[in-house]
Design a binder for this molecule. Structure first.
Ligand SMILES: O=C(O)CCC(=O)C(=O)O
Ligand SMILES: [Fe+2]
Length: 199
């Protein structure tokens, strides 16, 4: 038991036509998606016991738009997370696709190795988008209380909402619960843009 760190969800993040465009862009790029990796020491490795999903690191024309909209929201993000505003060092982005049987076990997003102390992920931003009506079950983002702050908080499981943006501190433990969507097309998977704000 411990304390659940602040998180916040922004709904209707992109103009609907952009959300649709991003879904079409992602679907079109199916063959460019690769097995997601996890950090092991200073290396990135595929570990299907730990994380199962596909990732494509090129957001194409959507990258600039999404980063600019997140930048506009920064004052509100700092405020909702109760984080002292800092100067942004970088944004990192990728598209992730979760199909049947995909998941991501409990982890934190900060690099725990000390390979690059100059750069640190501070805020995790997850933009959810998918075909409606939703064709998958599960895939909730479970946020887990941190044990180093005393408290009696319970974990929360957040159901993905199309066209919403979830923000939380990158050191908050979290996991993606297993997705169920047997026999659905790639276009009907659970898609996200993962964005990390570096300080
Ligand atoms: O897909 C999600 O809801 C979160 C993904 C995540 O935790 C990550 O990519 O580090
Ligand atoms: Fe994560």
């Amino acid at each position: 038991m411990g304390k659940l760190l602040n998180y916040h969800r922004f709904e209707n993040f992109l103009e609907p036509v952009l959300a649709q465009g991003l879904l079409e862009y992602s679907t079109r790029n199916y063959s460019n998606f690769k097995e997601a990796t996890v950090h092991k020491g200073a290396m990135n490795v595929i570990n299907k016991e730990y994380r199962r999903s596909l990732v494509y690191r090129d957001l194409g024309e959507f990258k600039e738009q999404i980063i600019s909209q997140i930048t506009d929201l920064l004052p509100e993000i700092f405020d909702k997370l109760k984080i002292n505003p800092f100067v942004i060092n970088a944004f990192e982005t990728e598209i992730a696709a979760h199909g049947d049987g995909a998941f991501f076990s409990e982890h934190i997003d900060t690099f725990t190795g000390n390979e690059d102390r100059q750069k640190a992920r501070a805020i995790s931003v997850v933009y959810y988008f998918f075909t409606e009506p939703k064709q998958f079950e599960g895939g909730e983002l479970k946020l887990i209380p941190v044990e180093f702050i005393p408290g009696e908080d319970e974990a929360v499981s957040l159901t993905p909402l199309h066209n919403s943006l979830l923000v939380f501190p990158s050191f908050a433990p979290h996991e993606v619960l297993p997705i169920k969507c047997p026999n659905v097309e790639f276009a009907d998977w659970r898609f996200t843009v993962n964005c990390w704000i570096y300080k």
